[in-house]
Design a protein around this ligand. Sequence first.
Ligand SMILES: [Zn+2]
Length: 235
Amino acid sequence: MTLHPGINPPPFTTFISEIVEKNIFLEKTFCYPRGGGQQGDTGIIANTKIQGQLLETLPGDSIIHPMDSVEGFNVGDEVECTINQQRRNKNTTMHTVQHIVSALANDLFEAETVGNQISEEYTRIDLLFPDRDKFLQSDLEESVNDIISSKKKVNIHNWDRESILSHEQMRHTKFMDRIPSSITQLRVVEIEDVDLCPCGGTHVDNTSKLNEINITNVKSKGSGKLRLSYNLNNH
Ligand SMILES: [Zn+2]
């Protein structure tokens, strides 16, 4: 799964392994399930006779493909799954930008990202500051846009837990407790010189594919916290 691109994912062929109510389970899937603030993929699943709308893909023990209808689909059918590329590309772009925003908010203001919600058109991110009065919107915006325009490579690694936890530059390792210990290798995303953290989201392979941000709103979210909203130029 990790070799599948973050943008322009191609259609793939697989078999239906199970159908439960209006949910289809596939032998393999490249659909991104909702998680980490990022929306799940939508698209079309088709057998030789009919095609159905894949609503938002969801996480589960096996990845869940909720459909508008499963009429005409049977376990064992060979199906082609076509991911909505435009939605995926926008979510991938937004998600990769969020890595940079979180990393620089941490580097510049020691702010910790405590929540985020990504849509195709804008992102909302909650930051917890040791001293939020030091926050400067223009500093963050300019620093993020400098990184975006400096063509940083985005590398994906698969590392074991020990290597991740012992790495000095690693961010966001707290959530690793929630991942079953049977999973020994985790995906690590590296934006060269900017960010390094375990992440299961979808990413572009170079920041040159991103769009610059405009911070549109900053508001208080209680003690030490600010909620930033931003959109992307030409997105
Ligand atoms: Zn990520």
